[in-house]
Design a protein around this ligand. Structure first.
Ligand code: PMP
Length: 442
């Protein structure tokens, strides 16, 4: 009997503790994550996975060899901690490389920091600069983590959509047909605005912001004393001779911009999780504070290998042999294949100017997956789930890249990733062709 009594009182005290809210309030509404759900669906059902953004081809040999050398070479310090804010060879070469791109002298120790992928670079930005009451402007559609990261820091996201305008001549739509309304953008800036998140080239649309669009954003940032978190992870993936312009290079912007980059995207090695921030020390010092008190450090050997990769790219800069020239060339061809495949079956592609993503219009396929009126789930999300389960083809609904209030305005598009082997894209094409035949045959 005493034992029962003891266990009763124990369970009572446990219960009493559990009656307090467990989750920190600032996490409210941030628990649903598109990647957890759709990565699981793709793993379970997909025959061809064009969903999550990662290449299914290997990184370049020179990069893999550099990693192997770092791991198996004489220098056993490759297995130990290195400098917290970035392995010295990596921050040095990044400072040189971005110095050249931006046309300014960069100090490797104060203007560059290495992070665990661009994700952690973003996390450091939000934690370092956003607090209760601050507003953060996010351009829709957006890489989904910007919203929860704003909220986790106590801030309020303020959304402004890119507005599509169909071309008049019946041509395929391009990502550049999605534009900000200047007056609408200006109306979002006020004394509470602390930062704007810019992602050019943009995931999911592949939009590469033009100089004029960047000047519009820059002028508003300067006028309202607002920071810019510039997510440039797809900086090398631009097509058709288009130029990626760095907003930090515009007047007044260096002092208020954090540039975010990723070796995952740059060298087709997303699993390595090496990212970085570049910016003025007045901003970087606060990023270092968050980094040293949370993650502290990123894998040494991976940083060493990425440093070697950048060393090679600096030597070959602007030359045809450089990976930063070759990769976009190969991807542009893959983009064109996928554009053709989709166009041929009537799933209208929006031709991206950059990134390795392509958004397509599924309106013509509505008869396969009928609408459910009053459903909480956007149509494109149900469509993408149906498609992976019934056709074995995985993609991501575009509504996942919109805020709750705007999801249903953009619910008839899905996003495909075309950083895939030729065989994978061919298999996707086969699925689409077969699907079209089934639709048209009586
Ligand atoms: N920003 C954007 C726009 C992305 O698409 C991604 C990855 N999908 C990231 C940041 C995160 O990059 P990383 O894998 O280096 O953390």
């Amino acid at each position: 009997l005493p034992l029962v009594k003891f266990s009763n009182s124990l369970s009572f005290s446990l219960q009493a503790k559990m009656s307090r809210p467990l989750q920190a309030q600032r996490l409210e509404g941030t628990d649903k994550n598109i990647w957890v759900e759709f990565v699981k669906l793709a793993a379970t059902y997909s025959k061809v996975n064009l969903g999550q953004g990662f290449p299914d081809f290997p990184p370049p040999d020179f990069l893999k060899e550099a990693f192997v050398k770092a791991l198996s070479g004489e220098n056993h310090m490759m297995h130990q901690y290195t400098r917290a804010f970035g392995h010295p060879p990596l921050v040095k070469i990044l400072a040189q490389f971005y110095g050249k791109l931006l046309g300014r002298d960069l100090d490797p120790m104060t203007n560059v920091m290495v992070t665990v992928g661009a994700y952690q670079a973003l996390f450091c930005c939000f934690q370092a600069f956003i607090e209760e009451g601050d507003e953060v402007i996010i351009i829709e559609p957006f890489f989904d983590c910007y919203e929860p990261m704003t909220k986790m820091a106590g801030g309020t996201p303020v959304f402004v959509p890119l507005r599509p305008k169909a071309p008049k001549d019946g041509k395929l739509m391009s990502s550049k047909d999605w534009q900000l309304d200047p007056a609408e953008l200006a109306s979002k800036f006020n004394e509470r605005t602390k930062a704007i998140v810019l992602n050019s080239p943009n995931n999911p649309l592949g939009k590469v912001f033009s100089r004029g669009e960047l000047e519009l954003i820059a002028d508003l940032c300067v006028k309202h004393d607002v920071l810019c978190f510039s997510d440039e992870v797809y900086e090398w993936l631009v097509y058709d001779g288009k130029e990626h312009i760095r907003i930090a290079s515009l007047p007044g912007m260096w002092d208020r911009t954090v540039i975010i980059g990723s070796a995952g995207k740059t060298f087709s090695a997303t699993g390595w999780k090496v990212g970085w921030t570049v910016g003025p020390n007045r901003l970087q010092q606060h990023l270092r504070n968050v980094h040293q008190n949370s993650v502290y450090h990123c894998a040494t050997a991976a940083q060493e290998a990425v440093a070697q990769g950048f060393q090679r790219e600096l030597e070959l800069y602007g030359k045809a042999d450089s990976y930063f020239s070759q990769l976009p060339k190969e991807l542009q061809q893959k983009r064109d294949w996928l554009v053709q495949s989709l166009d041929a079956v009537g799933m209208k592609p929006i031709v991206p100017e950059g990134t390795y993503f392509l958004v397509a219009d599924i309106s013509k396929f509505k008869s396969d997956v009928p609408d459910v009126p009053d459903s909480d789930e956007p149509y494109d999300s149900r469509f993408a789930k149906w498609m992976v389960k019934n056709k074995g083809l995985a993609a991501i609904p575009l509504s996942a890249f919109y805020s709750g209030a705007h999801k249903n305005n953009y619910n008839h598009f899905i996003r495909f990733c075309f950083a895939k082997k030729e065989a994978t894209l061919k298999a996707a094409n086969d699925i689409l062709q077969k699907w079209k035949q089934e639709k048209t045959s009586p």
